[in-house]
Ligand binder design. Structure first.
Ligand code: NAI
Ligand code: MG
Length: 498
């Protein structure tokens, strides 16, 4: 007998969650005032489950737990810290299918994309685990009268404020290096997608991360995120999300002189030269803009195409856009719904803006006539660099195609943005590839591919795309401060400044 169709929509992924309360000091606790928030299944618009919603008092409890847990974690032998962090990665791999189903349900992305995020999360724990016992200082030669060395010490409590586009993956991107460096953490996941972070907190505990070292407090930006960034007990803040919220966080952090790492999105250019493999460029660019329904900080937002191949490339891109299959995440098509009603509204507003600005809608532009927050892959041509759809982050499956006549113009248009996260170049001329890699104002440059960054490579923005670097060994710098130790051996008094 065949299974009834709606069996597929049963929320089995939830069975893996032992609680939807706050995770503070190794315990599941409701919000002090009993507040909850409802997380929604973006494929059905139905609530999935109520989750405790942290208030200022709950944030205070989580920060206090992290402060109390910090000294012992800092003083744990680094090899032991590394083993525990590695074990988190192993457990994530063990539960990868369940975690992917949970993420897909809560966020909307196709389950195989969620699986890739989960494996990436495991990789962060594995990668940084190996660094735990290699965080070394230097010995500084200052002459025979003094022994001088540096040590790299954790800050203390790291606040992690994560967005809804890669919830579990970004939990790992921040928490793994923070832990390895010896910090305790308080994670405030986005209100739209709290579930995977709760599950990951539990896996951290199972791996042996001591109580209080990882706390997870779902809640809204205000009061939860705000209370966390204003808290005197927080020593470092890592944030991924929008520019306005990043600015608010930086302002709050200025009050307490707390360092911030900010990853704030982009309006990323993909430049296509006539000598490029156009078939491949079309594949990379559509992957770059339609993966996760375009809700990616490093999405390929702007194709900047040489006029001689413009028509040819657009034809290929439109063909791929029109063959993109759209379905609920659990059906694992090419594209799922976008995360929320607000995000769908924002995307459709930008589609209207594009049309009214005079861009040509080549394909897409419609929401699907069904429940769920579905919108078609959308391609605009005749986009002028001054148009809002060429300048503002849409965060949806909407590609803006611009054209250029010569290389200088391509670089100028690409760099004409307040953002500078990633940029791509498609060319078979190796000299040109290097020339552009040097000139493009972006933290990451991809040549003949998209999403070229890995767990091992530093990632972050130029200009308003952010401050600091995630990923790679460089990310550890966000979680360590340098102490210099000067020991008198045989010297007279030194004056300051000498
Ligand atoms: P957002 O930046 O407001 O939310 C991200 C996180 O910040 C969430 O956890 C949220 O609760 C928290 N937050 C909000 N206000 C806060 C505050 N005052 N203090 C501390 N934490 C706070 O992003 P939102 O509103 O969900 O999405 C709006 C737009 O932001 C999107 O359309 C997209 O363009 C951009 N965005 C960019 C992301 C990226 O990866 N760069 C990720 C998510 C959104
Ligand atoms: Mg949700």
């Amino acid at each position: 007998m065949s299974e009834p169709i709606d069996q597929k929509r049963e929320p089995e992924p939830l069975e893996q969650l032992s609680s939807t309360d706050l995770y503070v000091d190794g315990e599941w606790v409701p919000a002090t005032d009993g507040s909850t928030l409802e997380t929604i299944d973006p494929a059905t618009e139905e609530p999935i489950v109520a989750v405790a919603a942290a208030q200022a008092d709950d944030i205070d409890a989580a920060v206090t737990a992290a402060r109390d847990a910090f000294p012992d974690w800092r003083d744990t032998d680094p090899d032991e810290r590394g083993r525990i962090v590695y074990e988190v990665g192993r457990l994530i791999r063990d539960h990868a299918d369940d975690l992917a189903a949970l993420e897909s349900l809560d966020q909307g992305k196709p389950v195989s994309q969620a699986k890739s995020d989960v494996i990436g999360a495991a990789r962060y724990f594995e990668y940084y685990a190996g660094a735990a016992d290699k965080i070394e200082g230097t010995s500084v030669p200052v002459g025979p009268e003094q022994v001088d060395y540096t040590v790299r010490e954790p800050y203390g409590v790291s606040a992690q404020i994560t967005p809804w586009n890669f919830p579990g993956n970004l939990f790992a991107r921040g928490v793994a290096p923070a832990l390895v460096a010896g910090n305790a953490t308080v994670v405030k996941p986005a209100e739209q997608t709290p579930l995977s972070s709760l599950r990951l907190a539990e896996l951290c505990a199972e791996a042996g991360v001591p109580d209080g070292v990882v706390n997870v407090v779902p809640g809204f930006g205000d009061p939860a995120g705000k209370a966390l960034t204003e808290h005197e007990g927080v020593d470092q803040i890592t944030f991924t999300g929008s520019v306005p919220t990043g600015q608010r966080i930086m302002t709050a952090a200025a009050e307490t002189v707390t360092p911030v790492t900010l990853e704030l999105g982009g309006k990323n250019p993909a430049i296509v030269f006539p000598d490029a493999d156009l078939e491949a460029a079309a594949e990379w660019i559509t992957t770059g803009i339609f993966t996760n329904a375009g809700q990616i900080c490093s999405a390929a937002d702007r194709a900047i195409v040489h006029e001689s191949v413009h028509e040819d490339l657009v034809e290929k891109i439109v063909e791929i856009a029109e063959s993109t299959e759209i379905a609920p995440g659990s059906d694992d098509a090419d594209m799922g719904p976008v995360v929320s009603a607000e995000q769908l509204e924002k995307i459709t507003r930008y589609i209207d803006v594009g049309t009214s600005e005079g861009a040509t809608l080549e394909t897409g532009g419609e929401t699907l006539e069904r429940e769920g927050y579905f919108v078609e892959p959308t391609v605009f041509t005749d986009v002028d660099p001054e148009m809002r759809i060429a300048r503002e982050e849409i965060f949806g499956p909407v590609l803006s195609v611009l054209s250029f006549a010569d290389e200088a113009e391509a670089v100028e248009v690409a760099n004409d943005s307040e953002y500078g996260l990633v940029a791509g170049v498609f060319t078979s001329d190796v000299t040109r590839a290097h020339r552009l890699a040097r000139r493009l104002e972006a933290g990451n440059v991809y040549v003949n591919k998209w999403f070229g960054d890995t767990n091992q490579t530093p990632f972050g923005g130029y200009k308003r795309s952010g401050i600091g670097r995630e990923k790679g060994l460089e990310a550890l710098d966000s979680y360590l401060q340098t102490k210099n130790v000067a020991i008198n051996v045989d010297g007279d008094a030194d004056l300051p400044g000498s």
